[in-house]
Design a protein around this ligand. Sequence first.
Ligand SMILES: C[S@@+](CC[C@H](N)C(=O)[O-])C[C@H]1O[C@@H](n2cnc3c(N)ncnc32)[C@H](O)[C@@H]1O
Length: 215
Amino acid sequence: MPSELLAYYQQRAGEYERVYAKPERQSDLALLRSLLHDQLRNHHVLEVSCGTGYWTAAFAPAALSVTACDLSPEVLAIARAKPWPSANVEFIEADSYALPVFDRKFSAAFSGFWWSHLPRHRLSTFLSGLHANLQPGATVVFIDNRFVPGSSTPISRTSPDGDSYQLRRLDDGTTHEVLKNFPSESDLRHTVSCITPSPEIILTDYFWLLRYTIP
Ligand SMILES: C[S@@+](CC[C@H](N)C(=O)[O-])C[C@H]1O[C@@H](n2cnc3c(N)ncnc32)[C@H](O)[C@@H]1O
C-alpha cells in the first residue's frame, strides 16, 4: 500500500514538471542548475527521490556517475526515457527511508524537493540512512522551496508535530492533502548541527540550497 504522498506523485507524474515552468522562478532555477552542476562535478552521486530526473539532468553531465532513486515507477519511467549524456546514469526503484545496501559508498548525495515532504520526526532517521551510503568527506546537497505568498500553495493546516500541509489539485480534478514543510535557515542549521557546525546555506527568492560535508 503506497503512502499518500507516493500515490499523489504517482498520479501527478505526467504533469509534474509544469511546476518548473512558473515564469517568476526561472532565474532562481537557472542559478540552482548552475550551482548543482558545479557542486556535484566529478562526484559519484547518490540522488534520492529523483522524480522525473529534472535535476539529474542539471548535474549528470558533470558527475562521474549518478545513481538516482525513487519509489514511483511512474516518475522513473519518465526519467529513464530522457536522453542521458552517457552510460553513467542509472535509475533505481528504492525507498528513500530504506535505501538498499549499495556495493559502494558515494562521494556525494543530492535530493531536490524531498526534504520539505519529510515529517519532522523522520528527518534524522532519513539522514542517517542516507549518510550510511556516503564516504567520509562526501558532499551532501539539498534544494527545496521557500514559502512565497502569492506564488506558493497556501498552508491549509499545521499538525501538533509542527508539520504543515497543503491542499493540491491535479488535472483529473482530485484534491490531495500533501505534507509540505518550509524550514527556516535556523531549522536547517539545527537539523544538521550534529553533523557539521557550518553548513552552507544559499537563499534565493523562491528556493533554499543546503550543502554540507560528511566528517
Ligand atoms: C517533490 S517530488 C521531487 C522530485 C524530484 N527530486 C524533483 O525535485 O523534481 C518528490 C518525489 O518523492 C518521491 N517519493 C515519495 N515517497 C518516496 C519514498 N518513500 N521513497 C522515495 N521516493 C519517494 C515521489 O515519487 C516524487 O518523485
